[in-house]
Design a protein around this ligand. Structure first.
Ligand code: SF4
Length: 414
């Protein structure tokens, strides 16, 4: 088992279409920034994007840029730059790499897309603290730097059962965003536009969910590592027809793969769950490593986090408040444990891998005894690897791979 084999990752044909719609998205933002129209909002990844789109904003997601910095392995060039202006190496490395890149006036998008020289500057910054406090601090940094307003929604965290009293305040905070956003965009809020964007977001969500559920098949047609790339439209293009169209194409391909039993891992032997953030700079490396051990990373909390089941165009404010509050990261330990339990059953998994991301405690769910409780309850092994989403100084490849190998041996003996 110790020999690392060189194995090619199977191609997904829809990737060409994905590249095109992502390129169109970045060029549209770039053009709008040059012409100062339409206005640009920066939004946290599970922030009120549908409201912004309905008011005519183009939306940039700094976390998406953080992931680009991570996957292009440039994040470590920039993290120290943000550390030097007072942002600790222990806080979110999306934040520190993005702020560092801004200070250095660089972006990997310039290398990927000819003619794009920088990130389109915002007219407003809009966050929801449902995921963490870092997004607020991150946007406040840009607010001071660029002299544009940072406004947002403060959400409860660690919620078990969600009640109307949790949601009423979020609904009101969302409505309170409308007057300043109308002023900045120059457009009047239109409830029908809002409903129609929400409806497109719902369609995107439902298609993305089906894509992920295609992996209930044995063998699984797409790996977690590929899914983190293919989730791009669910993050940055939700609320647009392109995202819906894209997932129809991807789903069709995965269904065809399922019909032929063409798994992402040839000879799939083990199926595991990835809990926590991706290690963006090591996606390919880890994908190949797991293929070498005939182990499919089938399902994850991370990719599921862009499923917003509750969107309802008939009740747009309340349903949006609900959808952005019921996501995994907002919930308490009991909810999370049950959720993972269900995932293990649904996807017929043999083990759970927890990624303890040094700079994101919010997405590191191994720290309060959950692996031990789940092992006992489900009678399957778990493994925790230490690493980070973007800061590769926190990740020891040798140690992680030794541990993964031992974990797979454990699955074999079971
Ligand atoms: S949830 Fe984690 S990775 Fe995402 S912005 Fe917050 S601290 Fe950063």
């Amino acid at each position: 088992m110790s020999e690392e084999k060189k194995i090619a990752i199977k191609k997904i044909q829809a990737t060409g279409f994905l590249r095109k719609i992502m390129a169109d998205y970045f060029y549209e933002l770039n053009d709008a920034a040059k012409e100062d129209s339409p206005k640009i909002a920066w939004c946290s990844s599970v922030g009120p994007a549908e409201l912004l789109l309905s008011l005519g904003f183009l939306v940039h997601y700094p976390e998406n840029h953080g992931a680009v910095l991570g996957s292009s392995r440039t994040a470590n060039d920039y993290i120290p730059v943000a550390n030097a202006v007072g942002y600790s190496p222990d806080i979110c490395s999306y934040l520190t790499s993005d702020v560092g890149a801004f200070i250095k006036k660089e972006t990997p998008l310039s290398r990927a897309y000819e003619g794009i020289e920088g990130i389109a500057k915002p007219d407003v910054l809009v966050y929801n603290t449902n995921q963490c406090r870092d997004v607020q601090d991150w946007f406040n940094w840009y607010s001071r730097e660029l002299g544009v307003p940072a406004i947002g929604i403060s959400t409860y965290r660690n919620i078990g059962k969600i009640t109307d009293s949790h949601l009423q305040g979020i609904v009101q905070q969302t409505k309170d965003l409308i007057p300043p956003l109308e002023k900045i965009s120059g457009n009047k809020f239109d409830i029908d536009k809002f409903r129609s964007v929400l409806s497109l977001s719902k369609d995107c969500t439902l298609m993305w969910k089906k894509v992920l559920e295609a992996n209930a098949a044995i063998p699984a047609p797409i790996s977690f590592f590929d899914a983190t790339i293919h989730m791009g439209p669910a993050v940055v293009l939700r609320g647009s027809p392109q995202a819906v169209e894209y997932y129809k194409v991807l789903l069709k391909e995965l269904e065809e793969k399922n019909a032929k039993k063409d798994g992402a891992v040839e000879g799939e032997k083990f199926r595991i769950y990835w809990e926590g953030m991706p290690i963006w700079g090591k996606l390919r490396n880890l994908a190949e490593f797991f293929i070498g051990f005939k182990t499919a990373v089938v399902a994850s909390t991370y990719c599921n986090s862009w499923i917003f089941d509750s969107f309802d165009p008939e009740d747009p404010f309340m349903s949006m408040a609900r959808a952005y509050t019921e996501i995994f990261i907002v919930r308490d330990e009991n909810f999370k444990e049950k959720y993972i339990e269900e995932m293990v059953r649904k996807y017929k998994l043999d083990g759970i891998l927890f990624h303890d991301a040094k700079t994101c405690p919010n997405n590191s769910n191994n720290r309060y005894g959950m692996p031990e409780r789940l092992e006992k309850k489900l009678n399957i092994p778990s493994l925790t690897i230490n690493g980070d989403l973007n800061d590769l100084r926190c990740y020891s490849e040798e140690q992680a791979k030794t541990n993964i190998e031992a974990f797979i041996e454990q699955l074999e003996t079971k």
